[in-house]
Every structure is written in structure tokens, then in C-alpha cells.
Design a protein around this ligand. Structure first.
Ligand code: ZN
Length: 256
């Protein structure tokens, strides 16, 4: 009798451990490795306080638990997972506990995409794209573009660019007017500032990447790359734009 019940208990324990093991999602990168990779490659992360690093790490791991990172013609490396997660978390780091409701997969391509993917929503030389229609919930990213984005704080970052589009899309429209992030009092000045700066770019008087002239959605994504990679320079050169971006991305967090 004792043997039987011991056997049952053992089976229950094994079953429990097995089910627990099954439930832990495979992030494709361990937490310690993720921390190391972020310190080595992501300047935004490196500059955070220890407390904020911990929080960023947990948000990045959480992101990797609900979004699949896949590769076409490549096997995603731990570095790619770390950089995709960093691109996702940087724009939403100030929104505690917030998750992207509109993404399930990130698909990495070695370089730029094939022509078949060059439809609405495709970016500069198709380095990245947020899927629409049948491709809803998917993001395509060039592995080369993703890595290049984090290689220098030069104001260009494909990963951040695409996740800002995704954030913009949360209110239903990828239109450069993130209604979740700006109240109506700020929305009008924001649109006015965007148009003014687009004209300055057109007349060659702005240091902002000319791709921002494409439309308001691209302006928002391009200026956000600038904001997250070179905040001090943006503040100096474009104080009004900086202030509204600060309001959008940091909200009440950085009130001084
Ligand atoms: Zn874009």
C-alpha cells in the first residue's frame, strides 16, 4: 500500500514538474545573456539605472514570451532577439506594464525584402514593415537593418522606427497622430509642428532625415528614432518637437 501511494505521489510530482516546464516559454535567450547583450549593444539600456535595467530586462523578457521571433533564410540569434525586444521596449518603457496588443510575430530577413513584399507600409529600401491586412500582427525586419540601427547612436534605428509605427497603429490608424499618447490640446500643435518641419526639410533647412517628408506617419517614426538616439541634440535643435515627444513617450514620468 505504502509503495503504491509513494508511486502515485512521485507521478504527481513528475507530472507537476513536467507541466511547469511546459508552461515556461522559451525566449531563445536566457535572462543573464539578455542582460549582457543589451549592455554590449544597446546604449539606451546601458545608460539606465540598476533599478530601471531590472525593469527593462523583465519587460524585454515578457515581450519575448508573447511575440515569436522567426527567420526566413536565417536562424535568429540571441543578439537578434535582444535587439528586437529592445526596439519594442524603448518606445514604451515609460508605460508600465503596457503590452503591444497588435503583434504576434517578428520575421527577420537577412537583408532587404523581396519585391513581393513591397506593398503599402514598406519602408526605406524595405528594411522594415508593419503588416497590414492579411499580414496584420506581423512585423518584417531586415536583420542587417536591425543590427545597423544599434551599432551607433546616429539618430537612425530601423527597429525603433517600426515599433513606433506599431504604437501609432494602436489607435487604429498609422497616421503620425498617436491619440493614446497625446491629449487633444497637444494634438493640434503636434500636427502644426510636423507640417512646419516637413516644409523646412523640403527646403533643405532641417537636419531631420528627408524620409520624414513622406507623410505624417513616417515623420513620427523618423523623429522618434532621433528622440531615442540623440535626445540632447534634438532638444537643442528642435525644442518644441522635443517637448511634445517627451510628453508622448515619458508623460508624467519625468516631470521636473
Ligand atoms: Zn516607416
Amino acid at each position: 500500500m505504502i509503495y503504491i501511494s509513494t508511486g502515485i505521489v512521485a507521478l504527481i510530482i513528475i507530472g507537476y514538474l513536467f507541466s511547469r516546464k511546459q508552461k515556461v516559454p522559451d525566449l531563445g535567450v536566457g535572462t543573464n545573456e539578455l542582460d549582457t547583450l543589451l549592455i554590449q549593444h544597446v546604449a539606451f539600456y546601458k545608460k539606465l539605472s540598476d533599478t530601471d535595467k531590472k525593469s527593462f530586462l523583465s519587460r524585454a523578457s515578457d515581450f519575448l514570451s508573447y511575440v515569436r521571433i522567426e527567420g526566413v533564410g536565417l536562424t535568429p540569434e540571441p543578439l537578434d532577439r535582444a535587439l528586437v525586444a529592445a526596439s519594442a521596449i524603448i518606445p514604451i518603457f515609460a508605460f508600465e506594464g503596457w503590452r503591444y496588443p497588435n503583434i504576434t510575430n517578428v520575421i527577420l530577413y537577412p537583408d532587404t525584402f523581396n519585391q513581393e513584399f513591397q506593398y503599402e507600409g514598406a519602408d526605406r529600401n524595405t528594411l522594415g514593415m508593419v503588416g497590414t491586412g492579411a499580414m496584420n500582427g506581423q512585423m518584417l525586419l531586415s536583420q542587417k537593418g536591425l543590427r545597423a540601427g544599434f551599432s551607433a547612436d546616429d539618430g537612425h534605428n530601423t527597429g525603433i522606427h517600426e515599433f513606433v509605427h506599431l504604437l501609432d497603429k494602436t489607435d487604429g490608424n498609422t497616421d503620425g497622430k498617436p491619440e493614446y499618447l497625446l491629449d487633444e490640446h497637444h494634438l493640434t500643435p503636434w500636427v502644426r509642428l510636423m507640417h512646419r518641419e516637413m516644409q523646412r526639410i523640403a527646403s533643405g533647412k532641417s537636419d531631420i532625415d528627408a524620409y520624414a517628408m513622406t507623410n505624417e506617419a513616417e515623420f513620427f517614426a523618423v523623429i522618434s528614432e532621433y528622440f531615442f538616439e540623440k535626445p540632447a541634440k534634438l532638444k537643442e535643435k528642435h525644442p518644441e518637437l522635443y517637448e511634445l515627444l517627451e510628453e508622448m513617450f515619458n508623460g508624467n514620468r519625468n516631470e521636473e
